[in-house]
Design a protein around this ligand. Structure first.
Ligand code: R5P
Length: 301
């Protein structure tokens, strides 16, 4: 029912106060549409504008690797401590609770298994299905220098066009084949190509030398990939160095779910990423106490 009398006073309109506007602080994302920015702000925690993504999409080409045999038991309990979960639509619909508050980054490319040429991927999900799943972003593998380089770049650019239509950001995952060197020169090339061709954020591996040149030359947020399992402290050091060098977060899988203490490791990584905690301190605060308990009873409870 409309107000019968006008209760507003002229002063409440504050005509002398300029309209308030908060700039969107994620690198290179200030001109994106509102829905795109809103989804990115689910993935990148707005208090730090960094993210700890938990990657469990390995099964789409590797099958049930160690740590992912039972996602319902090993991964679902970790979700509250992850800023986002990177996984496949099959795992989402079969296993991830829809009531989870953890945003989804949906694996959207696939095709070949580990037994074939991995760069021969196709887009494996329609953007409508990504929207139906309520994905906060879609992820596509890009194989710069790989046998099917152009096809994989085309997968990404098609997803970017479709993502632009529905406001769903695209994460380009730079895949480095065995024959390629993971040095700064290669990573600069791969990440820059992805960003120039429209990826809204990019995932890439860490390199010890000149990683800051990779982050600085990439005009959109760059998240560090974890890679093969390392001793916990080494993985924390790698994450710390990547953040110090300008990464906007991490997207780690095996270094979390293959740890003997996955939950503690995830919280330690989060402290490194969001609080800039020193890796040694994060290890002492989270990982060491957990390893001193029974990993089985503590982690699978
Ligand atoms: C790339 O191939 C996929 O996204 C991987 O499944 C994921 O990035 C691997 O994560 P991590 O290397 O940390 O186990």
């Amino acid at each position: 029912m409309p107000d019968t009398e006008d209760l507003t006073s002229g002063a409440r309109f504050q005509p002398g106060v300029a309209a308030q506007h908060t700039a969107f602080p994620l690198r290179g994302c200030g001109s994106l549409d509102w829905g795109m920015q809103s989804r990115l702000a689910r993935i990148f925690r707005p208090t730090t504008w960094r993210t700890v993504m938990l990657a469990i999409d390995h099964g789409y080409f590797l099958g049930p690797i160690t740590g992912l045999e039972r996602v319902d038991l090993s991964i679902v309990p970790l979700l509250p401590d992850a800023d986002a979960l990177m996984t496949t639509r099959g795992m989402i619909r079969s296993t991830v609770p829809p009531a989870s508050r953890t945003p989804i980054v949906l694996r959207a490319s696939g095709g070949p298994s580990i037994l074939k040429e991995l760069s021969d991927e196709q887009i494996a999900v329609s953007i409508e299905d990504a929207a139906r799943i309520n994905a906060s972003a879609v992820a596509v593998q890009v194989f710069i220098g790989g046998e099917h380089e152009t096809q994989s770049v085309r997968n990404m650019t098609r997803l970017v066009d479709e993502g632009q239509r529905l406001g769903i950001p695209v994460l380009a995952v730079t895949a480095v084949g065995k024959e390629l060197t993971r040095d700064a020169r290669y990573l600069r090339l791969a990440t820059r190509i992805c960003a120039e061709l429209g990826a809204h954020f990019v995932k890439t591996y860490y390199c010890d030398k000149d990683f800051e040149t990779v982050t600085s030359a990439c005009p959109v947020p760059l998240v560090m990939a974890g890679g093969k399992k390392l001793p916990e402290l080494d993985a924390l050091v790698m994450a710390y160095r990547a953040i110090e060098a300008g990464a906007a977060g991490v997207d780690m899988g095996r270094n979390i779910f293959q740890s003997t203490t996955p939950s503690a490791m995830l919280r330690a990584i989060s402290a490194v990423v969001h609080e800039s905690m020193k890796p040694e301190d994060a290890y002492e605060q989270y990982v060491r106490p957990a390893t001193q308990q029974s990993p089985i009873s503590m982690e699978v409870a």
